[in-house]
Design a protein around this ligand. Structure first.
Ligand SMILES: Nc1nc2c(ncn2[C@@H]2O[C@H](COP(=O)(O)OP(=O)(O)O)[C@@H](O)[C@H]2O)c(=O)[nH]1
Ligand SMILES: [Mg+2]
Length: 377
């Protein structure tokens, strides 16, 4: 370096940054953003997001802290069909399992239009006002074709959607009922680990899904319309027998008297059922979600159910028997799946079906052949 260069160097060192000098183009750097113009919250969110995407422990920690976006994403993993998502989801569920079971699990069923979503909105808001944290999962296996029903639900739960103490999640509607049930059960576990002390599960009254929801909830609430006739409501005796409570909806305006009559009608019908082993006698109440009448009373009845059933140990007994039920259901599902996936058996099935059509074999013999083939696999 000659004297002039040294002078230049010193000048730039003292007066300015070298990287900003045209004499040193190789040192030039991009100017970068002014720190004050970036939102620190989004930076943190972004970092949290990147970190959380990766491992089950981070998901678990975030869920335990009640971080809703993580809970939501974990449920999406549960719903995913991709094997790597399923593996991660299963790890998260296992981590959350010891922290689950603390919520009141309530199933809500009834035909489309009976007022389930509107009821959940009013009931849910009253629970939130009492300081409860509620999670709402909606199962609707029939909605695969009419996705509108879920959109409808969201608009019916307009106020609840805004509450930071309510989490509303339409459950996956595709796949087998067993699959949907498993996903819902796992979602319940995550919601409970996230600190929700009430889990409401809405299901549309189409038989099978009701049985599934009944087998994963503590209190099963059946919503009915007054004067619609049993056939119209598609209510089978079995569903009424499963109910821990019945609410006659839309008990307002011109419908009020009819609703009150329906209360005594259904109460009488319930009396004909044999008493349950838990000792709980289901009550029939009338309510209006739009007028907010009867909802409080129904809430108290549900509270009473939980107090009584916890005291006499039946809540625990019910949950254990539900766990056993799902284990057996899953064993059956796994075996069936394994059987039907076997290419040799599939081939044999085609042949046997032909024999069956031509009446060369009866269905029982046919199934025995298939079963033997499966056993000797
Ligand atoms: N008059 C009256 N209408 C209601 C009440 N609850 C719901 N509805 C109406 O009944 C229709 C169906 O309600 P919705 O909650 O979507 O029923 P869901 O299909 O069972 O979820 C909507 O038009 C609601 O506004 C109620 O308490 N009183
Ligand atoms: Mg609905």
């Amino acid at each position: 370096m000659n004297f002039f260069e040294k002078l230049c160097f010193l000048y730039f060192m003292i007066i300015d940054h070298l990287e900003n000098s045209h004499s040193f183009p190789n040192l030039s750097v991009n100017k970068g953003k002014d720190v004050s113009s970036t939102n620190p919250q989004s930076v943190n969110d972004f970092r949290a997001k990147r970190q959380k995407q990766n491992d089950a422990i981070s998901y678990f920690n975030a869920i335990r802290l009640g971080h809703i976006p993580s809970l939501s994403k974990a449920i999406t993993l549960i719903e995913s069909t991709r094997p790597e998502h399923q593996k991660l989801a299963s790890e998260i569920v296992n981590l959350c399992l010891p922290y689950s079971g603390n919520a009141m699990r309530i199933g809500i069923t009834g035909v489309p239009g009976v007022g389930k979503s509107t009821f959940i909105e009013t009931f849910g808001l009253s629970l939130v006002q009492q300081g409860k944290k509620i999670a709402i999962l909606a199962i609707d296996p029939s909605s695969e074709k009419s996705k509108g029903s879920i959109l409808g639900d969201k608009t019916r739960m307009e106020e609840l959607v805004k509450s930071p103490f309510a989490f509303i999640r339409p459950s996956p509607s595709s796949g087998t009922l067993g699959g949907v049930a498993r996903k819902t059960r796992e979602s319940i576990i995550l919601c409970e680990a996230a600190g929700f002390n009430m889990v409401l599960i809405e299901t549309v009254g189409v038989g099978q899904s009701e049985i599934a929801v009944h087998s994963m909830t503590d209190f099963f609430l059946l919503l009915m319309l007054a004067g619609a006739g049993d056939e119209l409501q598609g209510i089978k005796r079995g569903i009424m027998e499963m109910a821990d409570g019945i609410a006659i909806t839309k008990a307002d305006g011109d419908n009020l008297l009819k609703a009150q009559a329906a209360v005594s009608e259904f109460s009488n019908a319930l009396h004909l059922f044999p008493p349950t082993s838990s000792g709980w006698i289901p009550k029939v109440l009338a309510c209006s979600s739009t007028e907010n009448t009867g909802i409080q009373e129904l809430g108290s009845n549900i509270e009473l159910f939980f107090t009584r059933q916890t005291e006499n140990g039946h809540l625990q007994i019910k949950r254990i028997s539900q766990s056993k039920y799902w284990m057996h259901e899953n064993i059956k599902a796994l075996i069936l799946d394994d059987l039907y996936r076997d290419p040799k058996i599939s081939e044999q099935l085609i042949t046997i079906e032909e024999q069956l059509i031509n009446q060369k074999i009866d269905p029982f013999k046919a199934s025995e052949i298939i079963f033997e083939m499966y056993r000797s696999k």
